[in-house]
Design a protein around this ligand. Structure first.
Ligand SMILES: Cc1ncc(COP(=O)(O)O)c(C=O)c1O
Length: 378
């Protein structure tokens, strides 16, 4: 059966932001107008309220709103006094901004390969990659799937180095029944529009239990100023504005529910794709809750499948087609093809299928039908 406008709309996107906005538009419009009418747009009531609510949601003592997930990582590293001459380790298959944030802080990224089953950092390789210059590890909870944080902490404690958890894709993900981002020294979040908790612009946050770090990040995000026109330390301008904070306060109320729906969608995909031997579905690691920011399958003939789905009106994406060590921008780090074989293999096999809370069961079933048809036809 072909998709028509009458059945489920013209095209199914990986993340349909218009549909998500429409689901809460009344409350969001009201929140935006409240800020516009307040005459106060930066560092005000909405941000403070959101920071308290987001900290509570995560079970962390403090949250500091900043301008993006990239700067959340940069500011976390700056607050830990990590910069020039230091090395910071991260997974080689993460999003480009994880590495860019390390560079913006003045440090040098060092990459580590990942586990084939989880696509998260390989902790044996991590332990081997530590040098005397290593000052921090940035484990990434990729796609919303918590990494093996216990093992990461074992390595970090042994070498007395900091842990900054990159949770940009993992709002609401849990490890051993505790939110990710609350295990290391600091957890960082992105509120880019497509994220599990997304605003309508750029935004980010840092969560921590340390009063000292939260205060320092609060200074660093605002030119190092404790009060207006007084500067204590060198900082940057990276503030989460009042309009975005007000929008996030509305969306935060729906976050738990929307993650339950993401998990339901993932379960339906798994059920419908079970019989297709060319496909491997993602699964949560032991003792953890995958929050399914992305639904990433591994498959044979990936590019042909992608093309075939596109012809049937189904958007898919690849997160990510080129591992960081093969990106032109990071050539100076001296890596080459073959250095991280697992990540390279995954980058040829992965495909992200549509997933967002408003996606209907009928749409998931339809997508799976097209996938089954594709493999039957070859
Ligand atoms: C794993 C990861 N880290 C960091 C970021 C950066 O977040 P932002 O786009 O808000 O700067 C992203 C965003 O795509 C991400 O996916």
């Amino acid at each position: 059966m072909r998709i028509t406008k009458n059945t489920i709309g013209s095209r199914i996107l990986v993340s349909d932001l218009k549909r998500s906005y429409r689901a809460q538009s009344r409350e969001i419009d009201k929140a935006v107008l409240r800020v516009l009418n307040s005459g106060w747009y930066i560092l005000g009531y909405e941000l403070e309220a959101f920071e308290n609510e987001f900290a509570r949601y995560n079970g962390s003592r403090y949250a500091v709103g900043v301008a993006s997930g990239t700067e959340a990582i940069q500011l976390a590293l700056m607050s830990l006094s990590i910069g020039r001459g230091d090395e910071v380790i991260t997974a080689v298959n993460t999003a480009i901004p994880t590495a860019m944030a390390i560079i913006s802080a003045g440090a040098r990224p060092r990459f580590v390969d990942v586990d084939e089953g989880t696509a998260n950092i390989n902790t044996d390789a991590l332990a081997e990659a530590i040098t005397r210059r290593t000052k921090a590890i940035i484990p990434v909870h990729l796609y919303g799937n918590p990494c093996n944080i216990d093992e990461v902490l074992n390595v970090s404690r042994k070498h007395r180095i900091a842990v900054v958890e990159d949770c940009a894709q993992a709002h609401g993900a849990k490890y051993k029944n505790k939110m990710v981002g609350t295990f290391g020294d600091v957890g960082t979040y992105s509120f880019y529009p497509t994220k599990n908790l997304g605003c309508y612009g750029d935004g980010g946050a840092v969560v921590t239990d340390s009063k000292v770090l939260s205060k320092k990040i609060g200074l660093l995000r605002n030119y190092g100023q404790p009060t207006r026109y007084v500067c204590d330390i060198e900082g940057i301008n990276s503030r989460l504005d009042e309009i975005q904070a007000a929008i996030l306060r509305v969306k935060l109320q729906y976050l738990s529910r929307s993650i339950v729906r993401r998990i339901e969608i993932a379960a339906l995909y798994e059920k419908c794709l079970k019989g297709i031997s060319e496909i491997k579905c993602p699964s949560a690691a032991k003792n953890s809750r995958h929050s399914f920011h992305l639904y990433v399958i591994r498959c044979s003939r990936r590019n042909d499948l992608k093309e075939s789905l596109a012809k049937n009106g189904i958007e898919t994406q690849i997160h990510y087609p080129i591992s960081l060590h093969l990106q032109k921008a990071f050539k100076h780090l001296g890596y080459g093809k073959g250095d991280f074989p697992v990540a390279e293999k995954l980058s040829r096999e992965i495909l992200s299928l549509p997933i967002f809370p408003e996606l209907k069961d009928a749409e998931v079933i339809k997508i799976c039908g097209y996938i089954a048809e594709f493999y039957k036809g070859i």
